[in-house]
Ligand binder design. Structure first.
Ligand SMILES: Cc1ncc(C[n+]2csc(CCOP(=O)(O)OP(=O)(O)O)c2C)c(N)n1
Ligand SMILES: [Mg+2]
Length: 305
């Protein structure tokens, strides 16, 4: 039997209660994505370093995954019955950590120690330090291979879990992504779902100007994938795509989610300059005002929970 390194053999009891612990409806998922965005801005102002734009753009997808779709137990991160997700885009930690904290993996106040020496939330995720982080990442292009391996192992095990590879558009410039795509198509890995944060932005410009990906859907179809294209800010569409992916048999699914970097903050939206910098305090105030709160209110919420 194939075993993932830290896991014990699963039993029927381990997997019997497989469901998301929240299963929030659409309106509450929208509210949750707003909370995640407030967390991101607040923790980045406090940290004085980190990535703002990508995490903000991915908040609707993360809210839907963590508060409706993924199967996990925040009090038992290594529960053998869990789904697995891999943030291949390691720089997206602000959204990954805020979702983990809001889901109950660790206290919200830990977010205020993002990137600090006395905290456990590194700039890029470390599976040795942070509960809920399945694998360390940051070197782009590795996540789909890792997810493919986990999906293949789970299938050999007869485990009902689903495996999610959370990918960026920029990292499709890495050849290893395409090796994994080819393997997953060939092996008909229908327990694998990739979600691409298709914001058309990478570190210093637009993806189409630097190394064009289009037509990305056709490329995945050529590699024998089920392809779903959605607006990555439409929560009902995200739910529908995840459902369709779950029901697709004989093929892995890729959800190409069109997102806007920095969304919905006016002065961050679709600006590659916000890829890798935090808001200065006055920029944080402006962003939080657009998100309906203040730094004092939201940092107070984080520090007291
Ligand atoms: C293998 C590798 N090469 C380069 C980098 C440096 N890098 C970090 S983020 C990034 C931009 C990639 O674009 P995308 O992942 O789409 O990021 P977005 O700007 O949309 O958040 C790059 C080149 C890296 N982390 N890993
Ligand atoms: Mg991008």
């Amino acid at each position: 039997m194939f075993l993932l390194p830290t896991e014990e053999a699963h039993t029927m009891t381990d997997t019997a209660e497989r469901k998301n612990p929240y299963r929030l409806p659409v309106d509450q998922l929208k509210a949750k994505s707003l909370e995640l965005r407030r967390d991101i801005i607040t923790m980045l102002v406090e940290a004085k370093s980190g990535h703002t734009g990508g995490p903000m753009g991915f908040a609707d997808i993360a809210a839907t995954l963590f508060f409706h779709e993924l199967v996990y137990d925040p009090k038992n991160p290594k529960w053998p019955g869990r789904d697995m997700w891999f943030y291949s885009m390691g720089h997206m930690t602000p959204i990954h950590y805020s979702a983990l904290a809001e889901a109950g993996y660790f206290p919200l106040k830990d977010l205020m120690k993002f990137r600090k020496l006395d905290g456990h939330l590194q700039g890029h995720p470390s599976s040795l330090d942070t509960p809920g982080v399945e694998v360390s990442s940051g070197s782009l292009g590795q996540g789909l291979s890792i997810a493919f391996g986990a999906a293949y192992g789970s299938r050999i095990d007869g485990h009902p879990r689903r495996v999610y590879a959370l990918l960026s558009d920029g990292e499709h410039e890495e050849g290893s992504t395409w090796e994994a795509a080819m393997a997953a198509g060939h092996y008909q890995m229908d327990n694998l779902c990739a979600i691409v944060d298709y914001n058309n932005i990478q570190i210093d410009g637009h993806v189409e100007d630097i190394m064009g990906l289009a037509p990305l859907g056709d490329k995945y179809r050529a590699f024998r994938w089920n392809v779903i294209e959605i607006d990555g800010h439409d929560i009902a569409a995200i739910l529908g795509a995840l459902d369709q992916a779950r029901r697709c048999k004989g093929k892995p699914t890729v959800i190409l989610a069109r997102t806007v970097m920095g969304h919905p903050v006016s002065f961050m939206s679709d600006k590659f300059e916000w890829h890798g910098k935090p808001p200065k305090p006055e920029e944080g105030d402006k962003a939080l005002a657009e998100l309906g709160t203040t730094y004092a209110e939201w940092s107070g919420r984080l520090l007291n929970n």
